[in-house]
Design a binder for this molecule. Structure first.
Ligand SMILES: NC(=O)CC[C@H](N)C(=O)O
Length: 389
């Protein structure tokens, strides 16, 4: 959330401290912008793809801890950003690259974080921090450096109690409505690549750039709509299908009017991540907060409709509470759980048996990540084809 960047490259070696809401703290060095920031501390296990992680709007208000020890080696390029800016509210790395090296690199990660006012910390034991978050669960955190650190005591030494008090004043992720803070201000169209076959209305609840691209690759013209779009706005695009994007925040806060309207009409519907949670809630299932969530690009998921296991990209802290072992009756007909995470049996996908509607809890667009789940975009295309026939 609040970021108050100050200082210059000269301050980079200055001390920084990370304070968790349960009182544990870690001392390191300022990385990126100098100042203070707050958010929910979460860890990501991706070994690559930090640029995509940083620019994924689903990370809005989260302080991301990288479990990969070396971060920033390939710098920042002009091609891999998933949205218009960095969304993480803070960034935690063990050992940042001193000299980035890649043929596409335009600037260093450190400089990019500084330019965008993202406060980070480096030089801390990220393995110990990750183990702590695994044991205790995701929780609020603050990072303090420069004046923000000095002013806590007024004498230059950090006053732990004062910093902790500030962390405890930060808002929690549970109950947070954040889609409205990240969504596009205006609708826009991503044209189909090649021959146009379908039109899809995509609700931008925090969409990543690769997602409309994956649809466009399949001959879909994508009308990306703000999160505030009404059912009339959706149908004004004369869609063959509706797409519900990923996004930050607690799904329990979302307005389900549009989703329910689409379900009533029986238009083909595909949701990912936050979209899966909204579909689940519209069907009458609950959502709950996971202890520490799934974030990274190596999460094993089984598609129970085929038995195949896919390695997938995840970024979620909430999950749908639906029975794994039976078909459920919902206001829109029978529903079943189609995908399950093999690490912990968390629901990773849903479908309706009587309507062309399905969703997954993860990121089939895979930016970054393996492309195992790309078939889901083809499933969506088939549903739209069947609806036409
Ligand atoms: N990537 C997403 O869409 C995340 C969904 C939701 N904000 C969660 O944390 O579970």
């Amino acid at each position: 959330m609040t970021t108050s960047p100050r200082g210059s490259a000269r301050d980079k070696a200055s001390p920084a401290v990370l304070v968790l809401e349960d009182g544990r703290s870690f001392r390191g060095r300022a990385y990126g912008a100098v100042g203070e920031t707050f958010g929910e501390a979460v860890f990501s296990t991706g070994m690559t793809g930090y640029q995509e992680t940083l620019t994924d709007p689903s990370y809005h208000r989260q302080v991301v801890v990288m479990t990969a020890p070396h971060v920033g080696n390939t710098g920042i390029n002009d091609e891999d950003q998933e949205s218009r800016r960095i969304w993480v509210s803070g960034y935690v790395v063990r050992d940042p690259a001193r000299i980035p090296s890649n043929w596409r690199s335009r600037r260093s990660l450190d400089d990019e974080l500084t330019a965008q006012g993202v406060v980070g910390i480096s030089g801390i034991d990220t393995r110990a921090l990750t183990r702590h978050l695994r044991e205790r669960g995701a929780m609020r955190v603050g990072i303090f450096s420069g004046d923000a650190l000095d002013s806590a005591s007024g004498k230059g030494a950090a006053d732990g109690a004062a910093l902790l008090a500030r962390v405890l004043r930060a808002p929690e992720m549970t109950g947070a409505e954040l889609s409205s803070e990240v969504t596009t201000a205006e609708p826009y169209v991503v044209p189909a690549i090649g021959t146009k076959r379908f039109t899809v209305a995509a609700l931008d609840l925090g969409i990543k750039g690769m997602t409309p691209h994956r649809l466009a690759e399949r001959g879909i013209e994508v009308h990306v709509l703000p999160a505030s779009a009404t059912l009339d706005d959706v149908y004004a695009t004369t869609p063959d299908g509706v797409f519900l994007s990923n996004g930050p925040g607690d799904p329990a806060t979302a307005d389900l009017t549009v989703v329910k309207g689409v379900l009533e009409r029986g238009t083909p519907l595909f949701g990912i991540c936050f979209g899966n949670q909204l579909l689940g809630r519209a069907l009458g299932f609950g959502t709950y907060k996971l202890k520490y969530g799934h974030r990274g690009i190596n999460q094993p998921v089984q598609d129970r409709t085929t038995g195949k296991v896919e390695v997938t990209a995840h970024n979620h802290g909430f999950a749908v509470d639906a029975p794994l072992d039976r078909v459920s009756e919902t206001p829109y007909g029978r529903a079943e759980v189609t995908h399950v995470c093999l690490n912990d049996n968390v629901v990773e996908g849903l479908r309706l048996l009587d309507r062309p509607v399905f969703s997954v809890q993860y990121h089939p667009e895979a930016a970054a990540g393996p492309h195992d789940a790309a078939y889901l975009f083809d499933r969506f295309t088939s549903l739209m084809e069947d609806q036409r026939a």
